[in-house]
Write a protein that binds this ligand. Structure first.
Ligand code: SAM
Length: 292
């Protein structure tokens, strides 16, 4: 499209769209021919097609959104503290980055763990701890209409957003969201599946939360953990490590950091979760499926 056409189609301010197109062309993100710009197919898969297995656009959005909070690095480096308000854009940024986790769960994890898929298809009780704005529940609930979902997160605004979207999607009472923390989870044998999507890295009481998750599961239930895990060779410059290291620097603003595969395996073993199977979905994102 021409910048004018694009601006009209999207209802945007044309001079800004024109400047954006020039910059994106100069940076080789889009192509230019006869006054028209286009996104090449390979780039479209990577940056625009949210449902593609290759989509990594959310990672860029995550870092771009979090960079709005980077003023806090000054204090962190000088005083070893994180300033108030350093997480202003965290919830929105996480929502962008984890879209791909949810695609990977559907496209890569379910085919690999068919018992988990058939349990969800028959109708399972599912707890999503640290659900954020509910992206995983909302997507999985539409795919598995016989299952029920409880999403819990300490972030009041994220929970309100999740509830709003569930209402818009008319998912009814089988998808519920509540404010709460993993540390005070009081469920006992109430769920067939517990999902922990990129939550463990942010917790200081990891053992306590894992033990609460185990107690919330019925015997034989599934715990599914999604986490970015550091590579054993952390000084390498391969593309996965470039992505992980950039994210890990940003995680210091959250007072957190990536776990290693070894650390996560030990945590799960100590927590009484058995048969943990690790599966690398790509880009440093791992899924670990364990049983109670
Ligand atoms: C990276 S986001 C992941 C959101 C969601 N699981 C997903 O896959 O889209 C991490 C979430 O963990 C939540 N969280 C942080 N501390 C928590 C705690 N103590 N208990 C439960 N959730 C927590 C945050 O509020 C945030 O929504």
């Amino acid at each position: 499209m021409s910048p004018a056409g694009l601006a009209a189609e999207c209802g945007l301010y044309e001079p800004a769209v024109r400047a954006w197109c020039r910059a994106a062309f100069a940076l080789r993100v889009i192509e230019h021919n006869g006054g028209l710009y286009r996104v090449p197919n390979s780039t479209r898969r990577l940056l625009v097609s949210e449902d593609s297995n290759d989509y990594i656009g959310g990672q860029f959005s995550y870092l771009a959104l979090r960079s709005l909070d980077f003023g806090a690095f000054d204090e962190l480096f000088k005083k070893g503290r994180v300033a108030r308000g350093a997480a202003t854009h965290l919830a929105e940024a996480s929502g962008e980055a984890t879209k791909w986790d949810h695609t990977a769960f559907v496209r890569l994890v379910l085919p690999r763990f068919p018992r988990l898929g058939s349990l969800l298809a028959r109708g399972a009780r599912v707890l999503d701890l640290g659900c954020g704005a509910g992206g995983w529940d909302l997507r999985i609930a539409q795919r598995f209409p016989k299952s029920s979902f409880v999403g819990i997160d300490p972030d009041r605004r994220a929970v309100a957003r999740a509830r709003g979207t569930a209402t818009e999607l008319r998912l009814g009472a089988r998808v519920r969201f509540a404010q709460g923390r993993g540390e005070s989870l009081a469920y006992r044998e109430a769920f067939d599946v517990v999902y922990l999507g990129e939550v463990l890295y942010a917790l200081s009481a990891k053992r306590k939360v894992l033990s609460n998750c185990r107690r919330a599961l019925r015997a034989g239930g599934f715990l599914v953990v999604a986490e970015g895990l550091l590579e054993a060779q952390t000084n390498s410059r391969n593309p996965t490590n470039q992505l992980l290291s950039a994210m890990n620097l940003e995680y210091t603003l959250q007072g957190a950091g990536f776990l290693s595969k070894h650390e996560l395996r030990e945590l799960l073993q100590e927590g009484g979760l058995r048969g943990s199977q690790f599966f690398h979905a790509g880009g440093g994102l791992w899924f670990v499926v364990s049983r109670k």
